[in-house]
Design a protein around this ligand. Structure first.
Ligand code: SF4
Length: 269
């Protein structure tokens, strides 16, 4: 097993938590002595100053006060009760990585937090990770991701430079089933905080679940598209999910029109 920096950080966090619980003995398989020593060093540094997270003095003695997933309280705090409003961007990503707030935590391989530029003018909000996203930890990869990149390129945008991409749900629903209402409720505070921190000039919601969540309606996507909405004052355009376009080529023209509308909104025309 070769441990990447991310694995080392996860291991460091695990070791730090064990130490907090007073468990000073741990058995690790598949790691070299050097990797374990490196993780232990990071855990010690993390104990002095938790990486990417506020200090306990900042968040208060009771972890429930901030609802950090670093201190999960399953079955006690739902995300709707949890205040993520105080978290900075890097802290939010770390909290999401260890989140246990809904059933999807059990089946995920990776938390899929975002891709693209956190300072972008445009934010794309999709539905939930699929198998490729769950494996890579990135949203919109595979065929649907390539389709999205083409649609963005058609209006002179690229995910690397000018777009920030994320999903309503950060973990993959099993078998690519639809998100459940309680999963959206538990996860949407992450999205809400992402939007506040990225502060995009325009949002495009792709697919029914993102569109309905951000417009606050349950109307079908076909009836929602073609209009510019506002989410917390940010102009919002809705369109079909690229994965749906792969199944329904007839929606491609409508989607192209939606991206033209998006471009007009971005250009202020
Ligand atoms: S889907 Fe969201 S709320 Fe559920 S475990 Fe993943 S990050 Fe947490």
């Amino acid at each position: 097993m070769s441990a990447e920096p991310r694995d080392i950080r996860d291991l460091a966090r695990f070791l730090s938590q064990r130490e907090d619980l007073g468990l000073d003995e741990v058995f690790l398989e598949g790691l070299t002595r050097e990797q374990v020593l490196r993780a232990a060093g990071e855990a010690r540094r993390g104990a002095r100053q938790p990486s990417g997270l506020p200090s306990r003095e900042t968040v208060g003695a009771d972890p429930k006060e901030r609802g950090s997933a670093e201190f999960p309280v399953p079955g006690v705090a739902s995300a709707s009760e949890v205040d993520l409003a105080g978290f900075e961007y890097s802290e939010l990503a770390v909290v999401a990585e260890s989140c246990q707030r809904c059933r999807l935590a059990k089946g995920r391989t990776r938390v899929v937090f975002s891709d693209g530029n956190p300072r972008a003018r445009l934010m794309v909000v999709g539905e939930a990770p699929g198998a490729n996203e769950d494996r890579t930890g990135l949203p919109f990869v595979g065929q649907a991701g390539k389709f999205l990149d083409l649609l963005l390129a058609s209006v002179d945008l690229s995910r690397k430079d000018s777009v920030y991409i994320c999903n309503v749900l950060k973990c993959r629903p099993p078998g690519n089933r639809d998100p459940m209402a309680d999963e959206i409720e538990h996860c949407s505070p992450f999205l809400k905080r992402q939007i506040a921190l990225v502060a995009p000039e325009v949002i495009v919601a792709v697919g029914t679940f993102a569109a309905q969540l951000l417009t606050g309606t349950n109307r079908p996507l076909g009836k929602l598209r073609g209009t510019v909405y506002a989410y917390e004052g940010v102009p919002l355009v809705v369109t079909y999910h690229p994965a749906a376009l792969l199944r329904n080529a007839g929606w491609t023209r409508s989607t192209w029109d939606d991206f033209q509308l998006l471009r007009q909104v971005m250009d202020g025309s």
